[in-house]
Structures are given as structure tokens and as C-alpha cells.
Design a protein around this ligand. Structure first.
Ligand SMILES: Nc1nc2c(c(=O)[nH]1)N[C@H]1C(S)=C(S)[C@@H](COP(=O)(O)O)O[C@H]1N2
Ligand SMILES: [Mo]
Length: 246
């Protein structure tokens, strides 16, 4: 990481709790003769600044993004631990005029109201949210699976990346495999209640396979693309890792 986020400048030493997010993930692959791979060092050391597509390919294979992540019981939810973390405050969004735009390389560009979204199949999960700044919280999220939105927009087979644009100017890009993961949701519910503005209402990303900064709040547009552009994400463009898998 070449630059730490603004919030960290008073405390530049990011404290990684090894139980939550080890700096170097050592995976033991039984099928590969108990080969142990230090992942961060592989991506950072061998391929440096051009690591994204390579990194994505390797991490996609090793972490098997379609594999469901075990969930927690409702009793494990930690309601006070999810810290509001917004780079520029909470944008004002009028729910009645809100629309989620699906566009890019798709055969059916779409515009969905909150009502449209709530009429799609509902998915709920209790998972851990992990922020690189060293905190985590077990949260219930409810909403729409991204794969159900993909079925509506019908991206071309060339699509490999998905951009999420937010009302506060935040932007993120993801690999399509992670977007297709059954536990990647556009959430409008948190801990059994409607999502509130500070936490991303009316609609935010939620997923147990990505770090907190990939989980955009206040999403207004989802763009499907065959290539990454120069801009990859708000924190990524300041030096943070792009794939950010958990
Ligand atoms: N639009 C937007 N989304 C965002 C952010 C942000 O500043 N703007 N911060 C990210 C970070 S770093 C984290 S950890 C989570 C925090 O989610 P929370 O505020 O609901 O706890 O939101 C992510 N999504
Ligand atoms: Mo974060």
C-alpha cells in the first residue's frame, strides 16, 4: 500500500488482527501436496503494479469464489460493532426518485426503483464485515442477489468486470466471479431492519468474500465491462489492493 486512507493518518500503523485478516494468508492446499503459498508476497513481489488480472486469476482459483462462506447464527450478530466508515459523509437520497441503473455491455440496460428491487427474490445472510483498519462486525444483511440483477441486465459474455458507482462519489470495480457469488448482495436491510442512510440506504453492497472497502454504500449505478479502466476504486487508486478477497 503506497498510501493509507485519510482516517488513518493520525495512526498510520494499520493494526491487522491476525485472527481477522492476516497480512499474509498462508493457505494449505491438500491437493497440491501440502504446498503452502504466501499470497500477498506472491502478488506484490512477483508482479508488482501490474498485479490485478494475475492476482485476480490466482485468487479466483484458490478461493473458489462460488463456494458459499459459512454463515453465523442470528444470535452472533454484533449490533454495536459495525462502525460507520464514510469518506465524505452521508449523501441525501430521495427514496421515491431513487433508481438503480444497470448498464454497460448488457443487452437489457435497466432502471430499477426501490419497489422493483423489493419485488425480486429476497436473500438474507449473517456474515462478518471486515475493515482493513482493524475492526470487524457480524452483521445480518438482506436484499437482492447480484446474480439476479445480472439475469435482468444480461451482460455480454465478454464482461469480466463490474463497476459500482455511489451517490457520494465513491466507486469500486469487482471481478465478475465475485459479483456472481451467491452471497454477494445489494442489501436494503441490516440486522432485520430497513437499512438507514449512514449505512448506505437505499442500497449497498454486502458480501462475505470481500474487505469492507469493496462494499459500496449508496449504489446508484452498476456498469458491466469487458475491461478495467484506469480507475479501479476509490481506495485502490490510492494504493490499496484491488481484489481484496477475504
Ligand atoms: N459509498 C461509500 N461506500 C463505502 C465507503 C464510503 O466511504 N463510501 N466506505 C467503505 C468502507 S472502508 C467500509 S469498512 C464500509 C463501512 O460500512 P459501514 O459504514 O456500513 O460500517 O463501507 C464501505 N463502503
Ligand atoms: Mo473499511
Amino acid at each position: 500500500m503506497s498510501q493509507e486512507p485519510e482516517q488513518k493518518q493520525s495512526n498510520p500503523e494499520i493494526k491487522f488482527d491476525d485472527d481477522i485478516v492476516p497480512r499474509r494468508r498462508f493457505l494449505t492446499l491438500a491437493g497440491a501436496g501440502l504446498l503452502t503459498i504466501g499470497f500477498g508476497s506472491l502478488a506484490e513481489g512477483l508482479v508488482g503494479g501490474l498485479s490485478e488480472p494475475f492476482n485476480q486469476q490466482v485468487e479466483s482459483l484458490i478461493f473458489q469464489p462460488q463456494q458459499p462462506v459459512p454463515e453465523f447464527p442470528i444470535s452472533a450478530i454484533e449490533p454495536d460493532k459495525l462502525i460507520v466508515n464514510s469518506f465524505r459523509g452521508t449523501p441525501a437520497i430521495e427514496p421515491a426518485s431513487y433508481r438503480l441503473i444497470l448498464d454497460g455491455e448488457v443487452s437489457r440496460p435497466s432502471s430499477l426503483s426501490i419497489n422493483d428491487l423489493q419485488n425480486l427474490p429476497f436473500a438474507s445472510m449473517v456474515v462478518r464485515h471486515v475493515c482493513v483498519e482493524g475492526w470487524a462486525a457480524i452483521v445480518q444483511w438482506g436484499g437482492v442477489r447480484l446474480r439476479d440483477l445480472i439475469a435482468i441486465a444480461q451482460p455480454s459474455s465478454q464482461v469480466k468486470y463490474v463497476y459500482f458507482y455511489s451517490a457520494d462519489g465513491y466507486y469500486e470495480s469487482w471481478d465478475i466471479d465475485s459479483v456472481m457469488h451467491p452471497q454477494t448482495l445489494m442489501a436494503y436491510q441490516k440486522n432485520g431492519l430497513p437499512l438507514t442512510p449512514d449505512y448506505g440506504a437505499p442500497l449497498r453492497l454486502a458480501s462475505p468474500i470481500k474487505l469492507g472497502y469493496k462494499l459500496s454504500k449508496w449504489v446508484t449505478r452498476i456498469e458491466f465491462k469487458s475491461e478495467l479502466s484506469e480507475k479501479r476504486g476509490y481506495w485502490e487508486d490510492l494504493g490499496y489492493e484491488w481484489y481484496a478477497g477475504l
